[in-house]
Design a protein. Sequence first.
Length: 195
Amino acid sequence: MRIAKLNRKTNETDISLTLNLDGTGSSSINTDCGFLNHMLILLAAHSKMDLEITCVGDSDVDYHHTVEDIGISLGIALNQALGDKRGINRYGSCILPMDEALINVALDFSGRAMLCEDINLQTNKVGSFDTELCKEFMVAFSREAKLTLHIMQLRGENSHHIIEGIFKALARAIRVAITIDKGFEEQIPSTKGVI
């Protein structure tokens, strides 16, 4: 079973997380940020990973630490659950429309952390969520998942639609990449023999 559980406590956040890569997309998300809850529920549903997260953060300051630390925790859990990455497709991509927004996500579980993004959000907030935190989440997540992640906003005006499109496209790309490649279940998907 490709499952990871972790607890991460700092002076700013207290996070408990359980991740099952071979799930159905069910989720139980309880953070102090409603918009982030919404995005993580979408991430679980569209990736078909089961995800449970509780986070108590210093939201009296803002949501920065909550968003970043959940990105860190989810990245660590995903990397742990993948183990040596034996048998996975490794690569995934998705071009996803979200109303007027069009998002392209391509990723590689390469063992090399990198985020390349071209995101142009035209508002500073979606509700009480600072839109710049979308990038902060992706930086932390890609670094700890040891993931090469490219995100391109091909079009879009509504910040909610753009960010939602990013999370859905990320989820769909992850779903492809972590799927076991039938007939190659025992192979490491690299000519190096290790990722």
